[in-house]
Each structure stands twice: as structure tokens, then as C-alpha cells.
Design a protein around this ligand. Structure first.
Ligand SMILES: Nc1ncnc2c1ncn2[C@@H]1O[C@H](COP(=O)(O)OP(=O)(O)OP(=O)(O)O)[C@@H](O)[C@H]1O
Ligand SMILES: [Zn+2]
Ligand SMILES: [Zn+2]
Length: 803
């Protein structure tokens, strides 16, 4: 008898262990660790993951496996093992840890198909089922009653494959598109002819005057909150054309990437790469921290290290923060390694992600470039893992399985006996501290490429501007310098760390701020729809015309979002062509890329944007960078606020003067004397590190102490207080006297979606029993946590979001 040990797809305390199922004869040899199966569970049929096989079971009543979803395991031995480790590290259920490693699609509805891949004749029965077709429904194969072993053999030979076609809407093969049939001038004439009553039509025409290119119909209608009916008359009159466009699943299929050759390394680069190559060769595990100033050629070091791994017949994982995974970045990897690269990031559709992931699983590529979750790439011979911009907090997943990609990378690299390279111009304090202690090997690139100097940073005290009567969000000197660049034909990047038109709505008379009725948070004004929205729950309402408190009509939106800055900029320098890049202008697929290409082609003078422009951009014609509000982040309730400010300012400044032309940076601030702003302006990383470490030490923060954040939530505030207090009491008794526990305190966001939130924080240096203690707490409240809308206890080890 053959038994499969299965982790079932039910995330709960009781099911957090393998269940035994019998493997029916017909599935023997097919059911193996790492495949997904369908099994009976209580009255239901659900999915599960086979984690191991056994000869016998201790249970008397064992049910049969109903179906096997994979012929090739989707999880390797190593990943199954890693899942276990992850589950212990994060205290999340094993099933959640297995699922976090796989593309979303594997949980979605799919159509199972059999694909014939080669011209070779198959087993005659099987050949009959295909009947000359290349793709058949998997059911047809099943109904034919052919042994799985025959199928297996053909799969192993690469002649046939099981494929999942996702049934989700996103993977639709064609999409309806619309485009204007005339140019801007033509549209202007149309607008003149249109009756002023045809408001919807006018809006569409005006929209196309700004956006000449084709776009998905759905997007147009959504953007203008209008319907097909208002589009129709324009189509009839031949002003707008409707057509269908095929949606390609390989996002880079139709792109030519110019092949690049390795540069001859500079002396510094050569010195840095040497120990990395040596470790690769010796198949050793080690962690390197590559500290290289912006534009020092870190990426070239990555590329050449990866090349060595490829030459050895091994595989490489390259992690990049989501927002830095720009087309420029992809181009550099595709340009060097061509089709040997899979790319994984969130802008891909579910189907595309699945396809890229399959390239890795099928060993069609040796390199993956991806965001956080690419760390789980199902490679089996990893020779190198690189994390670029290693200080980025987006490497920490903030929901469900709260893992940090850096920790997972190091664990996987141990499994594979290979090096990890962490790269950054501004390493995380934790990482640099480890390097100083000798836990990581420090490698340094201190010079920019082509002898380019770091751009000169000038701090502008905005209090003085105000004092001199300048109420604008632009200092006089910044405007002067922008004008100077315009006349020279050089380009400018302006950075603002906020998004949207404005953040909140406030009454000028009584100061009343419109808040979400379900969450303790100000509503955000969305100009396009003239509505207020809550960013934490789904609540929205129309913009009030008068203050609900005092009935005053002077209710205004406040804050400086990118749209508002754009408008102000247009008034100050009307001749400038401005590209705005924020979440709103980049929501559409490929928009990010189009904007950057435009900027790269010098079709715009100024690139104005949020965080997403701070990373990785490499444009030689950018000679001026402006930071509008450097303090925006300093005031967050977060002990990392100074560190984040320093990192961001350094990154942004790094965008200027990267090639021949020297660059210049203007930083507007209300606190020019703050050490993180002052030291960032001088590129004094080491000094900043020293200053910040003093503060961390004084307040017992990381890297001197580890943190564990426990957040409790419930609809009843008294209940939350009580549970949190009990947790604190329990921990206080059990923890060693070198640890602290802070709280209970209300979370910074005290109420979300009508649930109250309290928290406590453990600060510790060494607390080996801590996980066991917390497990006991979770166990104690198990029943209450099962109830719908009941108690919730979230545990976050090494948290980055303290809200
Ligand atoms: N050895 C080399 N010889 C000539 N040019 C090089 C060499 N190495 C890198 N470059 C070029 O120098 C520029 C800056 O390098 P790169 O973008 O790799 O720096 P980086 O350290 O990754 O920068 P950042 O962290 O700011 O993104 C690029 O245009 C790159 O092609
Ligand atoms: Zn009021
Ligand atoms: Zn809300």
C-alpha cells in the first residue's frame, strides 16, 4: 500500500499537519512529493499538496486520492523543506507557506489540457486521442482510459505536456480597443462642432486630444466613468475607431532586445567581483554586502557574476524591488542573457506570470529577474542569489506569511551552498551592522562610472522662502534652475513623496477633517470623480459642498499631490513639457514603460513623480533633480523614518549627472539641519550610519534589538484591550529579564473597517522560546479566532510597518 502525506488547503491550527491518503493504483508513480492533488476532506473535495510518501499509516480509515493535478511536481524537495522552515519562522500555517511560493494562478480556476509538443509518433492509443490535434482537453485523455504511465513516459521525453489554461478574465486572448481616427487638430474641430450638451462625447474627444494612442476600451470608459452608449455616436461618425487587439501572454515576446557585451571592469569593480566569483567556484555559502554609490556600476557586477553561474550550468535569482523593475532594468538583463531570462513582477497578468514561472520550472531559463516572490523560483541548481536595493522595505511581505526575502535568500543559499550578494548605495542599517561585525563580507564601489562626480546637493530652507513672501511650493532657485535647463535642452526630474491630487479635505473655518466612518483615517479626495475615498476599506462618498460640522462652504482639499504640483508647475514654467508619473498615470499596463520611453526620447523636459522615479533610472541628459518636500517622510511614526529619508534622498540625487554632463540637486526642506537630510546632501553614508546607530542604541531599536509586533483586533474595543493586556502579562512572566515588552497601546490606525486595533511590542536580543510562547497564545485563543469577524491576532517578526 502506498500512502501520501498531504497538507490540505484549509489554513487552520487543526489542519496544520499532513493528512494521510491512499494512492490508488492508477496514480502510483505519479503521486510524488510536490504535486497537487484533489482529496476528500469532510464533505468537500479540496486541493492539497503531497509533502511525502509513506509505506503505511497509523490510521485505520484512510480515503483515496481523487485526482492528481500535476504530472511534474510544482514544488521541489527543497521548496517543501523551505515551506516548513518558513512556517516556523513566521508562525504561519504550512499550507499558506506552500501557497506563497507558487503563482496565484495555481489556486485559480483552470482548464487542464494536454499539449503535444513534438512531431514524434506517440503511443498509438494516445496518438488516437489527439487525432491530429495539438491540444486536447485533459478529460478526453482520462475518458480514453489510458494508463498514466504511458503519459508519464511521453512527458519525461518532452513530447507531451500537461498545461493549465487559466479561465480568469485577465487572460482573455483579445481585448476591445479604441483609438481616435484623426489627429489633434482634427479632434479640435470635432470639439467645436459638438453641441455643448453632448458632455460625455466632449469628454471623450478631449481625452483623445491628450492621448493619441490606442487604448483598451474598458480603460477609457473607466477613466471617464462613462458607458459604451456615449462612445457609440463617435464611432458611428467615424471619429473613433473600435477594434480588437490580441493580448500576448509573453510580455516581451515581440520585443527586440539589443544584445550587450560585458564591459571591461574598472579596477574597483574587478576587486569587488573577485571574492564573489571565487565563492561561486568553490560552491561555498557566503553573504556579500556590495555597498556602491549610485551609478558606480553595481549592475555590471551582477551581470558578470550571473554570467559565471550560467557558464557553470547553474541558475541565478536576481531580486529587484517592484518599483525598480522598470523596463530599463529588464532590458539590461534581457540584453545580456536574451531568452535565458524569466521576468516576474506584478504588472504581468496572472497568465503571464504563470507562463514565466513555467519557463523556470521547465528549465528553459537559467536566470530569473523578479520582485520579492521570485525568491521562490523553482530552480534546483542555484549558484547565486542577488538582491538589488537590499534596503528596500518592499522585500518584506506585509500580509499573511510575513517573510523577508533577504532571510529566505540566505536560507536558500545555504541549501544550495552558494553566495548571496546584497547590493545598495544605502544599505539597511541591519545589513551594514552585520558587515561591520564581519557576518557579511563588505565590498565597496566608491566611485561613479566615467569619473562622473556625485551631483552637488543644495539644501533650500523653505521657511526662509515663506519668510520672503514666497508661498509657492517651488523655491525661487529651483524655478530658476529649471528655466536654465529648459534653455539648454537638458532634462529635469522632480520628486514628490505623495500621491493623488491631495490627501485630505478640511474645513477652513472650523478645521473639521472628513474621516471614514469605519476607520480612523482621513478620506482621500479623488479629483476625477469628485469623490472621497477611504484607502483602508471600500467606503466612498461624494465631496461635501459644505462642512458637516459648521455648515461653512469653505471646505477645501489640502496637501500637495503630484497633480497639484503639475498644475503649479505649468503656471510657473508654461513652456515646459511635463510628464507626470504616479500610481494614477501608470495604472494602465505598459504605461510606465511608455512614459519612460517618452522621457528617454526627450519628448518631455520634466519628469515629475513619486517614489517610482527614485530608483534605477539611468538617463544621461538629466542634469537637475529637485526634491520638493524632503521632510514628508521624516514625520512618520516609525523609528526608521530618518533611515528612509536618507535612503530616498540619496537614491533621488543619484538620478542626476550619471553620464558626461554633471548634475545638480536641489532639496527643499523645512528642517535643513536634520542629520539625515544634511548627511544625505553630503553623501556621508558612514557618518549617517554612525549617527543613526547611536540613536538606535539609545532607544533599544534594531539592529541592537529584535522586534516582534503583536497586533490584536476585534469589533469590540474593550475586548481588544483585555486580550492585549493578557498577552502582555503572559509574555512578561515568561520572557527573560533582558527583554522588554511595550504596550498594550492602541495602534496608530486604531480602527480599520470597524475593528479596533491594539498592539504590543517585544524587544529582545535573544529569546529562543519566544515562538513557542506565542504559539501557546494563539492556541489559547484558537476558538475565538475561528469565529467570523471574531478575534484576530497578527504576529509580525521584524516588522517594517508599525501601524
Ligand atoms: N566597466 C564599465 N565600463 C563602462 N561603463 C560601465 C561599466 N560598468 C557599468 N557601466 C555603465 O555605467 C552606468 C552606471 O552603472 P549602473 O547603472 O550599473 O550603476 P549602479 O551602481 O547599478 O547604479 P544605481 O544604483 O544608481 O542604479 C551604466 O550606464 C552602465 O552601463
Ligand atoms: Zn467646518
Ligand atoms: Zn474606511
Amino acid at each position: 500500500m502506498s500512502i501520501a502525506n498531504v497538507i490540505v488547503d484549509v489554513p487552520s491550527q487543526n489542519t496544520n499537519r499532513p493528512f494521510d491518503y491512499r494512492v490508488p493504483k492508477k496514480f502510483e508513480g505519479i503521486v510524488q512529493p510536490g504535486v497537487r492533488v484533489i482529496i476528500p476532506f469532510g464533505p468537500r473535495k479540496i486541493m492539497g499538496y503531497v509533502v511525502s510518501l509513506a509505506e503505511k499509516t497509523d490510521f485505520t480509515k484512510v480515503k483515496n486520492i481523487i485526482d492528481v493535478l500535476d504530472v511534474t511536481p510544482v514544488l521541489t524537495h527543497e521548496l517543501l523543506h523551505l515551506g516548513k522552515w518558513l512556517s516556523q519562522q513566521t508562525l504561519s500555517f504550512y499550507i499558506s507557506c506552500l501557497q506563497v511560493m507558487l503563482p496565484q494562478v495555481m489556486k485559480a480556476k483552470y482548464r487542464k489540457e494536454l499539449w503535444k509538443l513534438s512531431e514524434e509518433k506517440l503511443n498509438s492509443e494516445l496518438e488516437n486521442v489527439f487525432g491530429g490535434r495539438a491540444v486536447i482537453d485533459y478529460e478526453e485523455f482520462e475518458q480514453a482510459g489510458i494508463s498514466y504511465h504511458i503519459l508519464r513516459k511521453h512527458i519525461d521525453e518532452g513530447e507531451v505536456d500537461v498545461h493549465y489554461e487559466v479561465k480568469s478574465r485577465e487572460t482573455k486572448k483579445v481585448t476591445p480597443m479604441v483609438e481616435p481616427k484623426m489627429d489633434e487638430i482634427g479632434l479640435e474641430e470635432v470639439l467645436v462642432d459638438l453641441s455643448s450638451k453632448a458632455k460625455k462625447q466632449r469628454a471623450i474627444v478631449e481625452f483623445f486630444m491628450d492621448h493619441q494612442e490606442p487604448m483598451p476600451k474598458k480603460h477609457l470608459l473607466e477613466t471617464l466613468s462613462t458607458t459604451s452608449a456615449s462612445l457609440k455616436p463617435l464611432v458611428k461618425q467615424g471619429i473613433i475607431r473600435e477594434f480588437k487587439q490580441e493580448v500576448f501572454r509573453d510580455p516581451y515576446e515581440n520585443r527586440e532586445f539589443k544584445r550587450t557585451q560585458p564591459f571591461e571592469l574598472t579596477e574597483e569593480q574587478a576587486l569587488a567581483i573577485q571574492p564573489i566569483l571565487k565563492t561561486i567556484e568553490e560552491k561555498q555559502h557566503d553573504v556579500f554586502l556590495l555597498h556602491g554609490v549610485t551609478g558606480s556600476g553595481k549592475t555590471e557586477v551582477y551581470l558578470q557574476s550571473i554570467q559565471r553561474v550560467i557558464d557553470d550550468g547553474k541558475e541565478a535569482v536576481m531580486l529587484v524591488p517592484e518599483i525598480a523593475l522598470t523596463p530599463q532594468m529588464v532590458e539590461r538583463f534581457k540584453g545580456r542573457f536574451g531568452s535565458n531570462v524569466a521576468v516576474l513582477h506584478s504588472a504581468l497578468s496572472a497568465g503571464e506570470k504563470y507562463d514565466e514561472w513555467r519557463k523556470i520550472q521547465r528549465k528553459e531559463v537559467q536566470v530569473v529577474v523578479g520582485a520579492r516572490s521570485a525568491i521562490f523560483a523553482p530552480f534546483t541548481k542555484i549558484g547565486l542569489i542577488i538582491i538589488d536595493e537590499e534596503h528596500e522595505t518592499s522585500y518584506k511581505q506585509e500580509d499573511r506569511t510575513r517573510y523577508h526575502a533577504r532571510d529566505v535568500a540566505i536560507e536558500r543559499a545555504k541549501n544550495h551552498q552558494c553566495p548571496v550578494v546584497l547590493g545598495s548605495a544605502t544599505p539597511a542599517l541591519e545589513s551594514y551592522a552585520r558587515a561591520v561585525k564581519g557576518n557579511y563580507q563588505l565590498l565597496t564601489l566608491s566611485k561613479r562610472m566615467n569619473d562622473a562626480v556625485m551631483p552637488e546637493v543644495e539644501l533650500i530652507d523653505m521657511r526662509e522662502e515663506l519668510h520672503d513672501g514666497n508661498r509657492s511650493m517651488f523655491s525661487r532657485i529651483l524655478i530658476e534652475k529649471i528655466e536654465d535647463r529648459l534653455t539648454k535642452g537638458e532634462q529635469v526630474v522632480l520628486f514628490l513623496n505623495r500621491r493623488g491630487y491631495s490627501t485630505f479635505v478640511m474645513c477652513r473655518d472650523c478645521g473639521h477633517v472628513q474621516e471614514c466612518p469605519h476607520c480612523d483615517i482621513a478620506l482621500t479626495y479623488h479629483k476625477n470623480q469628485n469623490r472621497l475615498k477611504c484607502h483602508y476599506c471600500s467606503h466612498e462618498e461624494s465631496m461635501p459642498t459644505q462642512c458637516p460640522e459648521c455648515e461653512s462652504k469653505t471646505i477645501r482639499y489640502f496637501g500637495t499631490g503630484t497633480q497639484k504640483v503639475e498644475e503649479a508647475l505649468q503656471q510657473l514654467v508654461p513652456e515646459a513639457r511635463v510628464l507626470r508619473m504616479d500610481v494614477d498615470t501608470t495604472r494602465r499596463k505598459g504605461a510606465h514603460e511608455r512614459l519612460l520611453t517618452k522621457f528617454g526620447n526627450k519628448e518631455a523636459d520634466i519628469l515629475l513623480g513619486t517614489q517610482m522615479i527614485a530608483k534605477g533610472l539611468d538617463f544621461g541628459n538629466v542634469t537637475l533633480v529637485g526634491v520638493l518636500a524632503a521632510d514628508a517622510m521624516l514625520n512618520l511614526p516609525d523609528f526608521r523614518a530618518s533611515e528612509k529619508t536618507f535612503q530616498l534622498l540619496t537614491q533621488v540625487s543619484g538620478r542626476a549627472g550619471r553620464h558626461e554632463k554633471p548634475g545638480e540637486v536641489i532639496v527643499q526642506t523645512y528642517t535643513p539641519d536634520h542629520y539625515s537630510i544634511d548627511l544625505a546632501s553630503q553623501y556621508e553614508y558612514e557618518q549617517f550610519f554612525a549617527e543613526e546607530m547611536k540613536i538606535r542604541k539609545a532607544f533599544n531599536y534594531p539592529p541592537y534589538y529584535f522586534l516582534t509586533l503583536i497586533t490584536v483586533s476585534h469589533p469590540n474595543q474593550l475586548k481588544v484591550q483585555e486580550v492585549t493586556r493578557k498577552i502582555v502579562q503572559f509574555m512578561q512572566q515568561k520572557l527573560s529579564n533582558q527583554s522588554y515588552i511595550l504596550g498594550p497601546t492602541p495602534s496608530a490606525l486604531t480602527r480599520i473597517n470597524n475593528r479596533y486595533r491594539y498592539q504590543c511590542m517585544v524587544k529582545y536580543k535573544k529569546e529562543p522560546e519566544q515562538r513557542k510562547l506565542i504559539e501557546r497564545i494563539l492556541h489559547y485563543y484558537e476558538d475565538e479566532m475561528k469565529q467570523e469577524n471574531g478575534l484576530q491576532i497578527i504576529v509580525d517578526f521584524q516588522p517594517y510597518q508599525l501601524m
